[in-house]
Design a protein around this ligand. Structure first.
Ligand SMILES: O=C(O)CCC(=O)C(=O)O
Length: 246
């Protein structure tokens, strides 16, 4: 369960840093696997890189890429926060690795899919939320996620074009922390001025009535779906399928 103070931070600021969520040994295994997957995808020539000079990289569909990710996405403390924001039947929208290599520039502030595609004013309750898993210490040097406190209440469109906000905060923390961000809060990764990659996982969730960013029931193998716990089955969307009544 979240504490009253944690709920209040989510309500007021639109984000919450949970410390000591993931053990040191699990962080180290997740980080090693994340980097292995990133390198393997680079070798195929089909990796998803972005930001100038390909200085950032995503690896998609982690649920299908190792049991360690199946377990991670069911972490009770992180899921409690998601269920507080999105309802106890919320589902997984996507689960990815996000790596900022040295030299990655500030990515700019954004709100999350599909909120940016909705007409304004947007709904005044959370629709989607992200969990940013710190597989490295997040520092002002290596691209710690920036957030604008209270911006989820600004239901107008996010101004375009590198606007800077005096109250923008970089959320720094040690390895094993998880940052929960209401998808309507203005946020984004910042510049990696260090000489090592900043490795994160992004566990992105949505209300069960929304179409997720990835169609897990098509892209996750039968083997993983068959062995999934009831919680994982629900997260993959098995409890929120459209009616098949003809
Ligand atoms: O990696 C980060 O610091 C945040 C990334 C993010 O917000 C996103 O890709 O939606």
């Amino acid at each position: 369960m979240l504490t009253i103070s944690e709920k209040s931070q989510l309500d007021q600021n639109g984000f919450l840093l949970l410390k000591d969520v993931v053990s040191v040994s699990t962080v180290s295994q997740l980080r090693e696997r994340a980097l292995e997957l990133a390198i393997a995808e680079q070798k195929t020539g089909k990796s998803h890189t972005y930001l100038p000079n390909g200085t950032a990289q995503r690896v998609w569909n982690l649920i299908d890429k190792g049991e360690i990710f199946e377990e991670a996405i069911q972490h009770p403390q992180m899921l409690n926060a998601m269920e507080y924001l999105l309802g106890s039947d919320c589902t997984l929208s996507s689960f990815t690795v996000n790596i900022l290599y040295p030299g990655a520039p500030d990515a700019g502030l954004h709100i999350d899919y599909p909120l940016s595609a909705l007409p304004t004013p947007r709904p005044n309750f959370p629709m989607v939320a992200n969990s940013v898993w710190f597989l490295d210490d997040f520092t002002t040097e290596n691209g710690a996620t920036s957030c604008v406190p209270g911006s989820h209440r600004r239901l107008e469109a996010l101004p375009e074009g590198g606007v800077e906000y005096e109250d923008e905060q970089q959320i720094c923390g040690i390895q094993g922390s998880v940052l929960i961000v209401n998808g309507a809060a203005w946020h984004g990764s910042s510049e990696n001025r260090s000489d090592t990659p900043r490795v994160a996982l992004l566990g992105f969730f949505c209300r069960s009535i929304l179409k997720p960013q990835q169609d897990h029931l098509k892209i996750v193998s039968d083997e993983v779906i068959e062995r999934a716990t009831p919680t994982l089955k629900r997260l993959l969307g098995l409890n929120s399928l459209p009616s098949l009544n003809a």
